[in-house]
Design a protein around this ligand. Structure first.
Ligand SMILES: [Zn+2]
Length: 214
């Protein structure tokens, strides 16, 4: 998508990357992982001058959902989450926030999305990859040359799998199947830390040594 623009807003105590993605011509966009600091996200939307049409979650952990309720209400947005992740939204223990001393919940999802599903938000077409391992219903959203990969893959690292619902082998298999199968120039937008590319992770990520080469 030639007109697609992406802005990163770092939010909350766990420094989650909230992504604002919008079409510069139609001015329609989405919010991925509004994990806190709703005012910062709303300011970004205002500054960029687009109309949000949906909230997409890569997964349901507390640090990725804390501003859902307020932004969903403010902009009247439908909420999307991966299949299997729905129970995390209403439960501070399931979404791990209680583990870190917070009691975070958000409203139920309007849509749960499954593998290979295409989510069309006002012309922005995201392909869903079901990538469990960090959490049971983790998904990545693929659009253009951009992959929003949540806490599945980071620049030089991978998501943790020691939290409830995590599974190391599942995570590695998810990365192998869905991310390392993409071309090197695909840009990965992770849930925390700097962006990277599939090629860079294929080459440099110590957790992926010996994995698939296209
Ligand atoms: Zn997480």
């Amino acid at each position: 998508m030639n007109n697609m623009q992406i802005e990163t807003i770092v939010v909350g105590p766990f420094e989650v990357n909230c992504y604002l993605i919008f079409d510069a011509v139609s001015k329609n966009g989405v919010i991925i992982d509004p994990g806190g600091d709703d005012y910062k996200i709303a300011e970004g939307i205002d500054r960029l001058g687009f109309t949000p049409r949906a909230i997409l979650l890569t997964h349901g952990h507390g640090d990725h959902i804390a501003a859902v309720e307020s932004l969903k209400g403010k902009f009247n947005l439908p909420l999307y989450v991966g299949q299997g992740e729905e129970p995390l939204l209403a439960s501070p223990s399931a979404n791990i926030s209680s583990f870190f001393g917070f009691e975070i919940t958000c409203p139920p999802a309007d849509f749960s999305v499954g593998d290979s599903q295409v989510v069309d938000i006002a012309g922005l077409k995201f392909t869903v990859f079901a990538t469990p391992g960090h959490s049971p219903g983790s998904v990545c959203y693929f659009i253009g040359n951009s992959l929003f990969c949540g806490d599945v893959l980071f620049n030089g690292s991978i998501g943790r799998t020691d939290l409830p619902g995590g599974n190391y082998q599942q995570l590695i298999d998810s990365i192998d199947k869905y991310i390392l199968s993409l071309p090197d120039d695909i840009i990965c937008y992770p849930g925390h830390g700097p962006i990277t590319t599939v090629g860079s992770e294929r080459k440099n990520n110590p957790f992926l040594a010996g994995r698939r080469f296209v």
